[in-house]
Ligand binder design. Structure first.
Ligand code: G4P
Length: 527
């Protein structure tokens, strides 16, 4: 084993953090991401609020264009350096472009940052994304945003997080006032106060204090707010959960930070604590056991495929998460599924929409590979020819449609399109038992629009979609499954691997079936 490489790997892994930001639309994900990038000096993207408006407009424009061209709208990956760390942020799309891709992106992250709007609390999409993180047992950090506005009582918010998400919480800092009265946040561990200054989001001012009772806080925030802080801190010290890194690592306790992203308030404190507490790139399981990041042999897996990102080319881009070893441009790796060696000549790294050619990369990094149509979601690329990472989970779709091909002669192209788009993870295909009618399932409506568009423009097939009334899907596991028994407000179908899946019209129908068939397991992700 070569010592220099091992040492280099250790160092590079140590400095990396790869995380995803999860939130409901409008909680402030874009704003927080921009501020984080700004700390890293990646000013190319993060602009002033004014600049951001333009950028936002451009983004939605881009989405519209993507849609027009039939491109699946997807999450991007951003990288920046901060005080000796290399940080990879995986962005998860929030709005109507929510899709299975969003879930899969989370499998490439080692931790997650959950943003919550202080006035709104835990919202629907946050909950869904949280559950995927929970399934993986990764650490989850919480940023409660928009303190500069009147929000809900911090204790209320903590209680909601604990109850709705079933996770314990530990506030790392605490607001001194809120909305118009916001005057600072008290850092419970480092015992300092970050002062709030709405006028200037560039200047960050801290005051060292000797605990929350320090008279300096009284002077800064006034009697009333200081009394309130003391009361709340006492309550937290007595009734709150203690900080426990082991519980954080397992995703059982979330460190909570308060702030206001738009005012760059509490963001640096959050970032610095996060870097200290968040895990370095984690090992991934494979057919040969856990693959540690410091293993010298290069290995990675594809978690997402994006078509035609660059409108000038009809290429596909495969996103690879590096799990172990060092990646160098031009490296030859083995692609197990096609049983071929491949030379990776034009790998790319990302800074938002800008793509840069990457010369070397390390575990935790995400690189983009040109895909001439050979990759599939979950593929392993490795120096070790026999290695294969665990399959990525298939997530339960929520919208279903039957498809009618308008011109029967186009059936072959249609099948080809279905196969390819399934590989990309754009859609899931199910077949009815007996008749083998095709039913498509997706997580977000946009996936259907993209499917219809691409069928027409890439495969020349005009289709008609017939929306079905199902809203829940569960994979069935058991010894004796009789698909004929799923008939009341439900139907049984098979997935691409021949597993039985039951589709239900509503939660009630699903619960009834679960009660009726206690010997069958109803799984939310494919077995
Ligand atoms: P998203 O990516 O999670 O969807 O949210 P985004 O950052 O776009 O923020 C949603 C809205 O919330 C934006 O306002 C943004 O300016 C605002 N916002 C973000 N952080 C804060 C905060 O700390 N305090 C307050 N008061 N507002 C915040 P918008 O009006 O939709 O956009 P814009 O016109 O400001 O660009």
């Amino acid at each position: 084993m070569s010592k220099p490489l091992k040492n280099q790997l250790q160092q590079e892994v140590e400095k990396r953090r790869t995380f995803a930001i999860i939130s409901h639309p409008d909680a402030g994900k874009t704003t927080l991401t921009e501020k984080l990038l700004l700390f890293g000096g990646a000013i190319r993207l993060a602009g002033t609020v004014k600049g951001r408006k333009a950028a936002k407009f451009a983004t939605s424009d881009w989405m519209e264009i993507e849609k027009q061209r039939g491109i699946s709208v997807t999450s991007s990956v951003m990288q920046f350096d901060y005080k000796g760390h290399r940080i990879n942020i995986l962005d998860t799309p929030g709005h109507q472009d929510f899709s299975e891709d969003t879930y899969r992106t989370l499998t490439a992250a080692d931790s997650a940052v959950m943003i919550i709007d202080a006035a709104k609390g835990v919202e629907a999409q946050t909950k869904k994304l949280f559950q995927v993180c929970r399934m993986r047992g990764i650490p989850i950090f919480t940023f409660i945003n928009k303190l500069d506005r009147e929000g809900r009582d911090p204790f209320d918010l903590l209680e909601e997080i604990e109850q709705l998400l079933d996770i314990r919480s530990h506030p790392m800092n605490w607001p001194i006032g809120m909305g118009k009265q916001l005057s600072g946040i008290y850092d419970r561990h480092k015992q300092k106060v970050e002062l709030f200054d709405e006028q200037d989001d560039e200047k960050i001012e801290y005051t060292e204090v000797a605990g929350y009772e320090d008279a300096k806080i009284r002077k800064m925030a006034g009697e009333h707010l200081h009394d309130q802080l003391c009361e709340e801190m006492e309550l937290l010290d007595v009734a709150g959960d203690d900080f426990d890194l082991e519980k954080v690592s397992k995703g059982e306790l979330t460190p909570v930070f308060f702030g206001s992203a738009i005012n760059n308030f509490g963001v640096q404190t959050f970032l610095e604590n996060f870097l200290q507490l968040a895990p370095t790139p984690a090992a991934r399981n494979s057919n040969e056991g856990m693959v540690e990041p410091t293993e010298e042999k290069f290995a990675g897996y594809i978690f997402k495929i994006q078509a035609n990102m660059n409108p000038a080319h009809r290429d596909r881009l495969a996103f690879l998460r590096i799990v172990s070893g060092k990646f160098e441009r031009g490296k030859t790796v083995f692609h197990a599924r096609s049983n071929k060696n491949m030379k990776l000549t034009q790998p790319q790294q990302f800074l938002a929409q800008d793509r840069d050619i990457v010369d070397e990369a390390f575990p935790g990094d995400i690189i983009g590979l040109f895909d001439p149509g050979v990759f599939r979601i979950g593929d392993t690329l490795a120096e070790n020819k026999t290695l294969s990472f665990d399959e990525l989970p298939t997530f339960s779709p929520e919208i279903f449609s039957k498809v009618i091909v308008k011109n029967a002669l186009k059936h072959k192209q249609y099948q080809k399109g279905i196969d390819q788009l399934t590989d990309e993870g754009t859609i899931q295909v199910f077949k009815t038992v007996g008749f083998e009618d095709i039913i498509l399932g997706v997580v977000g409506q946009l996936q259907f629009e993209v499917f219809e568009y691409r069928m027409k423009h890439e495969y020349g097939v005009d289709i008609q979609m017939q929306r079905m009334s199902f809203s829940h899907a569960r994979w069935l596991v058991g010894d004796q499954i009789d698909p004929g028994k799923f008939r009341i407000n439900s139907t049984a179908v098979t997935d691409k691997n021949g597993h039985y899946v039951a589709l239900f019209e509503n939660e009630y129908a699903m619960r009834s079936a679960m009660e009726k068939f206690p010997d069958i397991q109803f799984l939310e992700t494919a077995p």
